[in-house]
Design a protein around this ligand. Structure first.
Ligand SMILES: NC(=O)c1ccc[n+]([C@@H]2O[C@H](COP(=O)([O-])OP(=O)(O)OC[C@H]3O[C@@H](n4cnc5c(N)ncnc54)[C@H](O)[C@@H]3O)[C@@H](O)[C@H]2O)c1
Length: 483
């Protein structure tokens, strides 16, 4: 591939000519999208929704080929979640696009003001592998709703989905609106040299920092949807059967490769043994109902690749070597990247499994005494993406919500808060920057342009213009005192 520098003077070193051409094509098209009304944007989104409906089996097949994701999980977490995002956007797009009138302070009496929403321009969506369809197309929906052109870079670790996404773009969009570029770190690095107007990145905090540094070069806007260790707290008043069902589902969905999966459980000491028993029963019911072995279950996905399998097997080994007991599961099979749903107790706080994001089907339980101990344990670590609270006590619920900082939270539930279209989704601190989904996603990809209109000639501000005579100074005194 020949190399060329992008014509824009602000761009850094050398970027491939193919990439430059794609970027320039999109940039040249931004005025067209900018002029579009809600109907035109909605038509594009409806075309996307229709493609997804027509390609349901292809999406399921790609996900199964990439990491044996069960078709039912693909339906729920890749297809339904994406369609729900489109449906919600279509229902509200006209309203979101309308300029929003704001009130007038006394000091600016006579003026009229509003916020109008303009597209940012050319945006980059970088997606991870764990929900490779939803986490690529979901942000794309928001970007298009806000009137942007978009480059989408899927993860290289799920190649079947990446290829499918390229086909999607070719079949649904004008190549000047959306382009899908497949590739790994090298492609991502090259892309990050371009002066995008906004970068929406979903992935690890480590790569998130690389993205933010690259964005700083062009002062591109960023949304960083990152990960971390999301805790669940189960207190002694919780309904343990219900908590076990929800924790097992939330943890072992997608084989634990979920950004908002409960990473570990803080359980009030007196109920730990019962919670383990309940979880064991749920794991059996969900993944081994006929006793044929979880490895033969069609309801349980695989670890995405050998490298991640080795990392998880290493975490399990280290946990056991530092004193942890396998209370449930523990079986691993490297040949098929299989790790059984595993519950660990007596886990050392300084073991690796308690230091890094697990992102797999290993669930450590850590006992606690008082609620403040639980809150302190969480707050001593980087701020999580999600916080789960299982309790029947309203005061305990309030205490944990008020004393722990997290991107989002669910009480007596796991994961599903991210499926609520009216709630912002995103992290705080180490778990992310900015919010996504629904209106929040639309805003992330929009510039909220503040407009003030003054009637010609009339303006009280003129009273304050120089020269700063005693009269002007008296006016300023009044302003400071009363307005
Ligand atoms: N907050 C969320 O919504 C959310 C959702 C899913 C996953 N996650 C997080 O994502 C992580 C797992 O996903 P992942 O392994 O795909 O993340 P990752 O950070 O390794 O990769 C994400 C993207 O960045 C690219 N990339 C990788 N290394 C890069 C580099 N050095 N320079 C530039 N780009 C690079 C990849 O090609 C991929 O497209 C977990 O931490 C998880 O919690 C967060």
């Amino acid at each position: 591939m020949a190399a060329a520098t992008l014509s824009a003077p602000e761009t850094s070193p050398v970027i491939s000519s193919e990439l430059c051409a794609a970027f320039e094509r999109l940039r040249a098209h931004t005025p067209v999208l900018r002029r579009e009304d809600a109907t035109a944007r909605a038509t594009r989104l409806r075309r996307l929704a229709a493609w997804i409906t027509g390609n349901r089996v292809a999406i399921q097949t790609a996900l199964y080929a990439d990491f044996r994701k069960p078709a039912a999980e693909t339906d729920l977490t890749e297809i339904w979640s994406t369609q729900a995002e489109i449906k919600h956007t279509l229902a509200h797009l006209r309203q979101w696009m309308k300029p929003r009138r704001v009130g007038t302070p006394l000091s600016l009496l006579g003026t009229t003001s509003w916020v109008q929403y303009e597209p940012k321009g050319v945006c980059l969506v970088m997606a991870p592998w764990n929900y490779p369809f939803y986490l690529a197309v979901g942000p794309l929906v928001s970007a298009l709703a806000a009137g942007n052109c978009c480059v989408l870079k899927p993860s290289e670790l799920t190649p079947h989905v990446a290829t499918l996404l390229r086909r999607l773009a070719e079949e649904v969009f004008d190549p000047a609106e959306v382009v899908v570029l497949e590739g790994g770190k090298d492609m991502a690095t090259e892309l990050l040299r371009l002066p995008f107007d906004h970068i929406f990145f979903t992935g690890s905090p480590e790569v998130g920092k690389i993205v933010m540094r690259a964005a700083a070069e062009h002062l591109s806007g960023v949304t960083l949807e990152l990960g971390g260790k999301s805790p669940a707290v189960v207190d002694a008043t919780a309904n343990l059967r219900d908590a076990a069902e929800k924790l097992v589902w939330g943890k072992f969905l997608n084989a634990g490769q979920t950004c908002v999966a409960p990473d570990y459980v803080l359980v009030q000491e007196p109920v730990q043994a019962e919670l383990v028993r309940e979880m064991e029963a749920v794991i059996r019911r969900n993944y081994n109902p006929a006793g044929a072995g979880v490895e033969n279950s069609e309801s349980f996905a695989r670890i995405v690749n050998q490298q991640h399998f080795n990392r998880l097997a290493g975490l399990l080994e280290d946990a056991q070597a530092t004193g942890a007991t396998v209370a449930v599961g523990g079986e691993v099979d490297g040949r098929q990247c299989f790790i059984a749903p595993t519950v660990l107790t007596q886990v050392a706080p300084d073991s690796r499994i308690m230091q890094e994001e697990i992102f797999g089907p290993l669930l450590p339980l850590v006992p606690f005494g008082t609620l403040s101990e639980a809150a302190d344990f969480i707050n001593a670590r980087p701020k999580p993406l999600a916080q789960y609270v299982f309790t029947r006590n309203a005061e305990n619920q309030r205490y944990l919500l008020d004393n722990v900082s997290a991107g989002g939270a669910a009480v007596n539930e796991t994961i599903v808060h991210l499926g609520h279209s009216e709630l912002p989704f995103g992290g705080v601190g180490n778990s992310g920057v900015g919010k996504a989904h629904g209106h929040y996603g639309f805003l992330a990809f929009s510039n909220e342009k503040a407009v003030l209109r003054q009637r010609i000639g009339r303006t009280s501000i003129k009273l304050l213009y120089p020269p700063y005579t005693p009269k002007v100074r008296r006016m300023l005194d009044l302003l400071l005192r009363y307005l």
